[in-house]
Ligand binder design. Structure first.
Ligand SMILES: C[S@@+](CC[C@H](N)C(=O)[O-])C[C@H]1O[C@@H](n2cnc3c(N)ncnc32)[C@H](O)[C@@H]1O
Length: 277
């Protein structure tokens, strides 16, 4: 979801408030730097995946956050109800695409770490306002496609408008249901979920639909809040229904094999899975 508490007011220079209605001008997402073709992220001591980096699990100064082992709990209906009630895409764009939200601030790192190849077909599941859709589109180039998947039709219409305005012709949209992403079987190389997995209300059938949609050799990438890295009084604990370990186990039980964790985000885990053949 997003990092603004209900009732909290955030004023940024690019936002204009008028007669109680929110009109927003949000700076467009920076064009993605051309990602490296297939190589691993730089293995230098400055990179968090390097063993000499203090955040690396094998570094002597690494201070691992306690990992909760508890299984995911029931879903908070308010998580998606707000998106039903507040059908204003510009309001959501302001919330989701403002500084202070880690995945917004670190979007260049996330895009680079995905290391997408030109021509790849990617599903941006739970695409929201299209924070990643547009950069994914640029990363795969005209030979590839990006399918923005969401359960809110007004957000998909917003993404279509933004893509057209940016001249991106390889973006499609798909209206999902809570138990099915509605992607054709064997149609994508990468399924990408950022801050969206904990929104899915029927994860088991939904994950099965994602597994069907992936081509052999494809990958599922999940970035989401890691509750254990946030203080216990953080609103996230009431918002996100499971721990990172619990989500990982849930995804593995649905027919995926854990491939790797990318380090470098502070409050989110960044996992990659592959479908079990
Ligand atoms: C917090 S937003 C994340 C948007 C975007 N990925 C980002 O990081 O900016 C979560 C999105 O998931 C969508 N969503 C909820 N349930 C979904 C489902 N079952 N399938 C696809 N999208 C879903 C919501 O409508 C919302 O747009």
């Amino acid at each position: 979801m997003f990092g603004t508490m209900p009732g909290m007011v955030r004023i940024v220079p690019t936002v204009t408030l008028s007669l109680g209605l929110l009109a927003c001008r949000v700076p467009p997402s920076e064009p993605a730097a051309k990602p490296p073709a297939t190589e691993e992220p730089a293995a230098t001591p400055e990179h968090p995946e390097h063993p000499e980096h203090p955040e690396h699990p094998e570094h002597p100064e690494h201070d691992p956050a306690p990992r909760e082992a508890s299984p995911p709990q029931g879903h908070d209906p308010e998580i998606n109800a707000r998106y039903e009630r507040e059908r204003n895409p510009l309001l959501w764009q302001w919330r989701l695409e403002s500084e202070g939200r880690e995945v917004y601030d670190r979007r260049a790192f996330i895009l680079e770490t995905l290391a997408l190849t030109q021509g790849a077909d990617v599903a941006d599941v739970g695409a929201g306002t299209g924070l990643f859709t547009l950069d994914l589109s640029r990363a795969v180039g005209p030979a590839g496609t990006v399918v923005a998947v969401d359960v809110q039709d007004y957000l998909l219409a917003h993404i279509e408008q933004r893509s057209a305005e940016a001249g991106l012709k390889n973006v499609r949209t798909v209206l999902a249901t809570q138990d099915d992403a509605k992607l054709p079987p064997g149609s994508v190389d990468v399924v990408f979920l950022c801050d969206a997995y904990h929104h899915i209300e029927a994860p088991v059938p939904y994950l099965q639909s994602l597994r069907r949609a992936l081509r052999p050799g494809g990958r599922l990438v999940v970035i989401d809040f890691d509750r254990a890295r946030l203080p216990e009084d953080s609103w996230i604990h009431g918002h996100v229904r499971g721990s990172a370990a619990g989500f990982r186990a849930e995804i593995e039980r649905a027919g995926f094999r854990f491939k790797r964790e990318h380090l470098g985000l502070k409050t989110n885990f960044f996992y990659e899975f592959e479908p079990v053949p």
